[in-house]
Design a binder for this molecule. Structure first.
Ligand code: MLT
Length: 285
């Protein structure tokens, strides 16, 4: 079976639970599966939890996986205004509280999920046991990139999400994946198209305003895994290697045959990278 697809019998197993949880002032959809050390999977832009389907299945064999949809994405309520990375970190904390998870979690965030992970670490480090930073950036947007995002946000509010989704597609996936997994990537495109314009615009504005955290990296005192797709066009291998080198003791893995969506494009290689890391975090070694 193509690694990006999922058979319908996998869609909702007896151990997997999908529900809407009130997290502070926002209702978030969350998928939960498995028992043990909690792993919080935070999706990228403009995706939703199903980008982690392979990891939800693979990691839940040993651990408790929690995969929410961020506000305005998937089945979660959209909020007005700017969705700052700090606000979404607070939303995730409220979600953990609502799920009564007080034990520290391993937070695994991809791209925008990584921007949020940095803010979660800055604000709520005591709730973390480890970090997995996938295909993400520590630098802020350059001023012209931030301006361009704000323009796209206006366009999304005016004309809907299709334009931004189609502009993102070639940046998200390696050219070989676009060819090899065309059908499954089409399914992901449909899911992105269902995102609420208000939520997509709010996230674009939030990403444009996000702070540069490069100066904070040497202070991250948590077990950290930095993962990047070999052909990532948004967070390059060089940029992510520098991120890993700046975080004390961080492990760095390049996932072959994948672009920005490494966990989705090459789930087997991603699993081979993350599983030994999580085992060490669990054992405290
Ligand atoms: C993402 O995958 O979350 C986006 O590429 C992040 C971004 O646009 O900076």
């Amino acid at each position: 079976m193509c690694p990006l697809t999922k058979s319908s019998s996998d869609a909702q197993t007896e151990n997997e639970r999908t529900r809407i949880v009130q997290a502070g002032d926002v209702a978030l959809q969350v998928v939960e599966r498995g028992q043990g050390m909690p792993i919080l999977l935070v999706h990228g832009f403009p995706l939703e939890h199903s980008m982690w389907d392979a990891q939800i299945a693979g990691l839940s064999r040993r651990w408790r996986v929690i995969a929410p949809d961020l506000p305005g994405f998937g089945g979660s309520q959209a909020r007005g205004g700017v969705a700052t990375m700090e606000q979404m970190a607070d939303d995730l904390l409220a979600l953990l509280d609502a799920l009564e998870i007080s034990e520290p979690v391993v937070l695994c965030g991809l791209s925008m999920g990584g921007y949020i992970a940095f803010q979660f670490w800055r604000k709520h480090a005591s709730r973390l046991r480890g970090l997995v930073l996938c295909d993400t950036r520590a630098a802020a947007d350059a001023p012209e990139a931030a301006q361009a995002r704000l323009k796209v946000a206006e366009q999304v509010l005016r004309a809907g999400v299709e334009g931004v989704v189609d502009a993102m597609m070639p940046k998200l996936f390696a050219p070989s994946s676009l060819e090899k997994h065309a059908e499954a990537i089409g399914v992901q495109r449909q899911k992105m198209l269902s995102a609420a314009p208000q939520g997509v615009a709010a996230a674009l504005q939030g990403m444009a305003a996000r702070p540069d955290v490069r100066g904070d990296l040497p202070r991250i005192a948590l077990p950290t895994l930095v993962v990047v797709g070999q052909h990532d066009a948004i967070a390059t291998v060089e940029e992510m290697r520098a991120m890993a080198q700046a975080i004390p003791g961080a492990k760095f893995v390049v996932i072959p045959e994948s672009g920005h969506m490494a966990p989705l494009e090459n789930p087997a290689a991603f699993q081979a990278a993350i599983e030994p890391f999580l085992t060490r975090v669990e054992r405290g070694v």
